[in-house]
Every structure is written in structure tokens, then in C-alpha cells.
Design a protein around this ligand. Structure first.
Ligand code: URA
Length: 211
């Protein structure tokens, strides 16, 4: 399903793997493996608009102008800590990408993001910049992360997540209507603690086996 601002990757493999990830009986190791696999499939969708050029090569049969990626290496920005689960898979597909990290934690009382770390690549004004965080819940963290990246010069931004809430999508649409979102599913709602329902729980805890 595609709205101008939101793409839901409703591919059977993505949906099957997502169901396994939602299941609370899935082990930490299984969750991590599935997240890596699903991130490859989501990366395929979010990089669809990378610019191309051609290069002259010689196949065993003849010369041809063959398509290659153009321009500066793209930037992947992981929102710590859960973003790293998506990042690892995408880096397998795009090993030359530049990588940045933004550390935000959610104050449990106010649900507002508090920044504790930021290190992003230079030249963001010339790179497609993909922000990764598995859960687009309230949207507060993603809005703050994208504010920060725009201040650092990023112009061509995308946001990649595994699950989104309607509240998070709306918050992003209002704050950053120029940033397309790609997700595996749009869930029903947020609960009173800011968790996505039905969701999959705390993505960081599921990924790292913490509680
Ligand atoms: N972060 C998570 O890890 N899970 C949610 O449901 C919401 C935010």
C-alpha cells in the first residue's frame, strides 16, 4: 500500500517474517536473524530512487553502457540502540554507505526524546540519508533525529522502520512532510505507555535479550 508519504512493504516474505518477530515465543537469536533478513527486503524498497548513471564495460561478448549507482555514497543513520538491528542488514547490501548514530532515549514520564549522542557523516547535503529505527511509535524520536540531520545539512531524507503507528506517521507527516517513510506494517494504535499495539514489544529488548 502506498500513500504519498508512506509505503507499506506488503510482500509475502516481509509479512511472514514480521509475524514471526511479533510472536513473543520467538527467541532473541531468532528475532535478530529475522530483523537482519527483513532489513534486506526493506532496504530494497527504500533505495528504489537512488540515482543511476552508466559506465562503459566489456562483457565476454561485447561492449555495453551498463547501469551503476551515481553520486555520493548514501548515509545510513541509526537511532540507537534498536536502529542498529536494521543497520546491520542494510550494510550487508550497501557496504560502502557512510554511517552515523544518534543516541536518544525516551523519558518514561514525558515520553519525550532526550539526546545523549550524535555523530553523523559529513557531506549530508549531497547524500541520500536513510534514518533507521524499527519502531515509529510516538514519532517524537524520529522528528528530533530528522531535525538534527536537517540542521547538519541533510536534504534528501528517508525514514525506514519495521512497524509504524498511525500517531507516529501523522506526527512525521506534520513535522517532516518531505521525508518518505517505508515500513513493513502500519499497526492499530499506541497504548498509554507509547507502545505500538499489537506491535512486537520493546524492539531493543527483543533484539538484545534485555528486559
Ligand atoms: N519502541 C519499541 O521498542 N516498541 C514499541 O512498541 C514502541 C517503541
Amino acid at each position: 500500500m502506498t500513500q504519498p508519504h508512506l509505503t507499506i512493504v506488503d510482500h509475502p516474505l516481509v509479512q511472514h517474517k514480521l509475524t514471526l518477530m511479533r510472536d513473543k515465543s520467538t527467541s532473541t537469536a531468532g528475532f535478530r536473524r529475522l530483523l537482519r533478513e527483513i532489513s534486506l527486503l526493506l532496504a530494497y524498497e527504500i533505495t528504489r530512487e537512488l540515482e543511476m548513471t552508466t559506465t562503459r564495460i566489456e562483457t565476454p561478448l561485447c561492449e555495453m553502457d551498463a547501469p551503476v549507482l551515481e553520486g555520493k555514497k548514501l548515509a545510513l543513520i541509526s537511532i540507537l540502540r534498536a536502529g542498529n538491528g536494521l543497520l546491520d542488514g542494510i550494510l550487508e547490501l550497501i557496504p560502502a554507505a557512510r554511517v552515523g548514530f544518534i543516541g536518544l532515549y525516551r523519558d518514561p514520564e514525558t515520553l519525550q526524546p532526550v539526546q545523549y549522542y550524535s555523530k553523523v557523516p559529513s557531506g549530508l547535503d549531497e547524500r541520500m540519508t536513510i534514518v533507521v529505527d524499527p519502531m515509529l511509535a510516538t514519532g517524537n524520536s524520529s522528528v528530533v533525529a530528522i531535525d538534527l540531520l536537517k540542521k547538519a545539512g541533510a536534504k534528501n531524507l528517508r525514514f525506514l522502520c519495521l512497524l509504524a503507528s498511525p500517531e507516529g506517521v501523522e506526527r512525521m507527516r506534520l513535522a517532516h512532510p518531505d521525508v518518505p517513510i517505508v515500513t513493513a506494517a502500519l499497526d492499530e494504535r499506541l497504548d498509554d505507555h507509547g507502545y505500538i499495539v499489537p506491535g512486537l514489544g520493546d524492539a531493543g529488548d527483543r533484539m538484545f535479550g534485555t528486559k
